[in-house]
Design a protein around this ligand. Structure first.
Ligand SMILES: Cc1cc2nc3c(=O)[nH]c(=O)nc-3n(C[C@H](O)[C@H](O)[C@H](O)COP(=O)(O)O)c2cc1C
Length: 439
């Protein structure tokens, strides 16, 4: 069978462009209306997407006066999406730094039961400095410690999801036996960060455990992904760096003794689609004209752990010296490397840089016809830059509608994308095996 392209829909605000929420083509629904999310998931399912994904951060963004920084909590939303859909995978973000492992294990196993095996967990260590203020008020944990905790966290939650054998439940009403005692065992984890007895108070779920998704691209982040991730999101601003990331991650996966075919790499892609290239460019310009550089400047500061960029004039050409060294950034390290890489390569002014980041926060932005978008997708897919894409429509739902109606049929006709769901679980969609119980 031909290698299958994978498509994930990244639902974010009213679209990934910073000014999308103000665009006339954006949804009129409020961001706290669950139908906004169920409509998008149903549409992505109609387009035979592998999955939909909800990001999360654990503090209110400072620029809420000028940007829609409020949304429904993802794990809860997944319950509603599971009820509104049948086949599409459902991925939610949850923090390994600020969530008790026993709670997370219960929530994701429950969702996997509710959805008949369609759940994924985007494992984040929570780079946003402000989140620390909502969880005990101490300062932000350093980059290295966040990942060290996450390593132990993975041991605990995987142990909990493995604390019931697949055949532990007997449900023998006549004989009065609900579960085989030898099919359930404690975890008894005692480590530097966590003490968890277990077992989980829930039978093993259809997929065994949620699909592990991850999106850290720093050196430490890649190692973590190579050990644990089954799907990896990444922000790449050009094909060359996407190819480097892809090759390096697959190499690290092999080094960790894993099958590289069991890790799908999904770079972000934010396509502005028009009937003609000129029309697509016009829509892209319209969106950029709607965005506010001061919102962009505040967001840039957040990416660099609160670094103050207020002194920088908007129309002076930037140099790397205008930015802190990424190695000193405790926030989202790899994203700062992507941004400084762009400054070195393109020598933009601050206004130009903020205009580019307004598109999709450092992910690949392109404007073109459905044919051009399909050709770009095929090119990265066949040329070792991607196993699929994290589709980030600049405006929702309009740019998802045109992607499903125009780009998906082209990809199907070119034989790279499914024409029907082959399986019922997210693991089946991604071509991943079901993990055996390590009992
Ligand atoms: C597509 C994508 C989605 C992400 N979603 C979230 C999220 O929902 N919450 C979060 O705190 N971080 C999110 N991140 C950030 C990553 O989890 C990670 O913190 C960041 O990429 C920096 O990792 P690094 O320091 O290892 O480079 C996302 C990153 C990408 C590329």
């Amino acid at each position: 069978m031909n290698r299958q392209l994978h498509l994930n829909l990244f639902i974010h605000g009213r679209g990934h462009h910073e000014a999308a929420w103000r665009h006339p083509a954006a949804s009129a629904r409020s961001l706290t209306d669950i139908r906004y999310y169920t409509d998008l998931a149903v549409q992505a399912e109609a387009g035979l997407f592998d999955s939909v994904f909800l990001a999360d951060s654990l503090a209110l963004g400072e620029d809420v006066a000028h940007a829609p920084r409020a949304w429904l909590e993802p794990v809860t939303v997944l319950g509603a999406l599971a009820a509104a859909t049948r086949r599409i995978g459902l991925i939610a973000t949850c923090s390994s730094t600020y969530t008790e492992p026993y709670n997370l294990a219960r929530q994701f196993a429950t969702l996997d039961h509710i959805s008949d095996g369609r759940i994924g967990w985007n494992i984040v260590t929570s780079w946003l400095a402000a989140a620390a203020g909502n969880y005990g008020g101490g300062g932000q944990l350093g980059h290295a410690e966040r990942y060290a905790r996450a390593e132990e966290y993975m041991k605990v939650v995987t142990g909990l999801w493995d604390s019931w054998s697949d055949d532990a439940v007997q449900d023998d009403r006549a004989g009065g036996h609900y579960a085989r005692p030898d099919g359930i065992r404690p975890v008894n984890h005692a480590g530097p960060y966590y003490q968890v007895a277990g077992p989980l108070n829930l039978p093993r779920s259809p997929q065994g455990r949620p699909v592990f998704v991850q999106a850290g691209s720093s050196e430490t982040g890649r190692r973590f992904a190579a050990r644990h991730a089954e799907a990896v999101f990444t922000a790449q601003m050009e094909k060359a760096t996407a190819k480097d990331f892809y090759a390096d991650l697959k190499r690290l996966v092999v080094e960790e003794g894993r099958d590289p075919g069991q890790v799908v790499v999904l770079p972000g892609l934010s396509p502005v689609i028009g009937a003609t290239e000129a029309e697509a460019q016009r829509i892209a310009r319209e969106l950029n004209e709607l965005s506010d550089p001061e919102v962009g400047r505040q967001r840039l500061s957040g990416r660099f752990g609160g670094h103050d960029f207020s002194h920088l004039p908007l129309d002076r050409v930037l140099t790397a010296e205008d930015f802190p060294d990424p190695g000193t950034v405790e926030a989202a390290r790899s994203r700062t490397e992507v941004i400084i890489g762009l400054v070195r390569r393109e020598k933009p002014t601050l206004r130009q840089l903020l205009g580019y980041l307004a598109g999709a926060r450092g992910h690949f932005v392109t404007a073109g016809t459905p044919e051009q978008i399909a050709t770009l997708i095929e090119d990265w897919f066949h040329d070792g830059a991607a196993d699929g894409f994290n589709v980030m429509p600049p405006v929702l739902p309009s740019m998802l509608e045109v992607f499903v109606a125009e780009v998906v049929p082209l990809l199907q006709r070119r034989g790279v994308f499914r024409t029907g769901y082959g399986g019922d679980t997210l693991r089946a969609h991604f071509g991943l095996t079901r993990p055996d119980v390590r009992f």
